[in-house]
Design a binder for this molecule. Sequence first.
Ligand SMILES: [Zn+2]
Ligand SMILES: [Zn+2]
Length: 230
Amino acid sequence: MFCQRCGNHVSESSAFCSECGAKIQQSNGSLAPQESPNVQQLSLVGFSSRYNHPEILAAAQKNRKTFVGCAWILVFVPLIGFPIAGLLMDDFPLGEAVVVGGVISLVMLAFNLFFLRSVKKPIWDGTVVNQYNKKRYENRVSEESSTTYTEYTTVIKTDAGKKKTIVEKDSRRFMYDYLSVGDRVRFHPMFSTYEKFDKSKDRIIYCNVCAMMNSMNNDRCERCKNLLFK
Ligand SMILES: [Zn+2]
Ligand SMILES: [Zn+2]
């Protein structure tokens, strides 16, 4: 059976959830955790245990499969496409086409493997230690069209002592505003998203599956319908 509060799998005999400590109500055969009506009464202080809710794990699996599916296409299309182009086009020698296609597909393969490794990395917790912004110049081909933008950096020190940074640009500045120095944060590699420890003063929450901003009153994300991590 599953914990009513966090969805963690618990044995039939246990009185408390090993993950969140909630009291286990012995249900008479009803499956899966239901949307509990008292979800708003839950404390908004603390990392959510919903990251290992069966629904969230399924969403992570689906994300991964979609990405890997697309990535395999990107590996094989150049491998086959370039030699075909080499055969059909007079000014594109076949030998050259095979090499170019091979190199591109190798790059795609490396990218794919890198992604698979990164999503399997463990969750880490840390504390926001610094936030700063810098004006930057965008390098364009011609100098007249060069533009400036502001880069917003949030620095997190992990509990293991590593330094991680979140770098955002003007229009895609989210975590810079959402997090403040001193905040405890958790990184979820499954979705590459951050979760704040203390959400009790917030009116918004970011979906940890699709990164969409939601009202704190929501229990599920308005866009992807997944459970919000609270
Ligand atoms: Zn639980
Ligand atoms: Zn979402």
